[in-house]
Design a protein around this ligand. Sequence first.
Ligand SMILES: CC(C)(COP(=O)(O)OP(=O)(O)OC[C@H]1O[C@@H](n2cnc3c(N)ncnc32)[C@H](O)[C@@H]1OP(=O)(O)O)[C@@H](O)C(=O)NCCC(=O)NCCS
Length: 172
Amino acid sequence: MIKTERLTLRPWHDNDADALFKYAQDPDIGTPAGWPAHESPKESLDVIRSVFSAPETYAVVPDEAGEAVGCVGVVPPHIRHIQEPQTHDTAHETEIGYWIGKPYWGRGFIPEAVDALIAHLHNNLHINTFWIALFDGNDKSRRVAEKCGFVYHHTETDVAGTEHFYIKIIPH
Ligand SMILES: CC(C)(COP(=O)(O)OP(=O)(O)OC[C@H]1O[C@@H](n2cnc3c(N)ncnc32)[C@H](O)[C@@H]1OP(=O)(O)O)[C@@H](O)C(=O)NCCC(=O)NCCS
């Protein structure tokens, strides 16, 4: 568990399924992140068990909300957007992803969560190179990257579309 000024980042539980469905049924959440809107609480439960159970994947729980309203974490290897090792130091390199329910947009919650996640991954798992992948036009996510100290690195275009990759390196 990671505590920040306004948030708790903690593992997902089965009983988060209804809260997850509440926010993830909105296509404006999943589409920019590359996944379809959830169609039922059962689908949300399946996602909690099959995707959000991965290591270093956290529910974002604002103190004021008292429920899981978003997600931040390391993107699991099989759904990573960054295709090839970029830094020759892959043991210490990772990609992070995030989203938050629309009622909570614009409060700086995800930058706060990303900063805390990076500090944890750096201090406890010795990761020093972080990637964010965002689709062309996702200015909201680009702002998160910029606020968290990431800089533009390169662009890739494939069947999924055009993606811009941002990087943050914490010196050893
Ligand atoms: C991208 C996202 C995680 C940002 O989280 P957040 O906690 O709202 O981040 P911030 O509060 O720092 O806001 C980031 C930018 O979003 C935009 N924004 C904020 N509130 C908004 C709103 N209600 N409507 C539209 N855009 C808004 C602003 O441009 C803001 O940048 P600014 O602070 O320089 O004005 C969130 O918008 C989201 O979940 N989007 C859908 C999923 C997604 O795109 N995930 C990332 C995939 S790479």
